[in-house]
Design a protein. Sequence first.
Length: 157
Amino acid sequence: MKPIVLAAVLSIALPGAALAGPASNTVKFFYVPEVKFEADAKYRDRFTEPVTSLFEANDKAQKEKPDEVSCIDFDPGLDAQDFDQKTLSKTLKLTEAVNGDTAEVTASFNLFPEGDDSKREMVWSLKKVDGKWKITDISSKTSDWKLSALECGASTE
């Protein structure tokens, strides 16, 4: 457990090294010290297909119809829109299963201090690309959906 704590401290102290460490550090980046929105363009280099195509389709939908809700209207890493950062940071637990150049990191946490519906369990799928862990998909065990399965296309009205 202690090496994981040390790696976590280093990933916060050395943000540039976050992708070079264990797969769980790649995921932890999106939760602490503050939650980051995965679909934000400045984080695209941390993802691969098919998720990057979904993010691009989301960008296009937002640009074409800025007054309408786009495809991704929630934070995929949280499976929610609202949360309490202090509670999330305190309850976040990451477990990692690495199999060669692929990994699954399960993030378990609470969104709020109270309420059974605030518990979340997210599974992040990753693969090593050029020596760095990249995210290939995010799924919610809590709500039974997968980011890569979301549809984001122009309506054909």
